[in-house]
Design a protein around this ligand. Structure first.
Ligand code: SF4
Length: 110
């Protein structure tokens, strides 16, 4: 009887743990993105790609194809969810970018 209960609680515990693992993964991914240091616009690569923290400050003479709807938050390289204030960017590994930022690598998220 005792071992039957233990087995049942083990199975139950395993099911709960299995159900929570994907949630834990999401939480830790968000936490990782939040922990990333922000990309410095004066970083040489950021500068070379015209990165700005605020898309309204894009030098439109230097980047005439820029459109105000182009923002990190709508870019295919932005690793966050819609509405995330900042997230990792696949172009700038180990850094976070703000959803309102921009650089010339911008490509529409599909
Ligand atoms: S590649 Fe996209 S997400 Fe990354 S900095 Fe440039 S515009 Fe923002």
């Amino acid at each position: 009887m005792h071992s039957k209960l233990s087995r049942r609680s083990l199975v139950k515990g395993g099911l709960i743990a299995g159900a929570l693992l994907p949630v834990a993964g999401l939480v830790s991914r968000s936490a990782e993105a939040a922990a990333l240091p922000p990309l410095d616009p004066s970083d040489p690569t950021a500068k070379a790609l015209g990165f700005v923290n605020d898309g309204s400050k894009v030098d439109t003479k230097a980047y005439p194809t820029f459109k105000p709807t182009q923002k990190c938050g709508t870019c295919a390289q932005f690793q966050g969810k819609p509405g995330d204030a900042t997230a990792a960017c696949t172009i700038f590994a180990g850094k976070s970018v703000p959803q309102g930022g921009w650089c010339q690598v911008w490509a529409q998220k599909t």
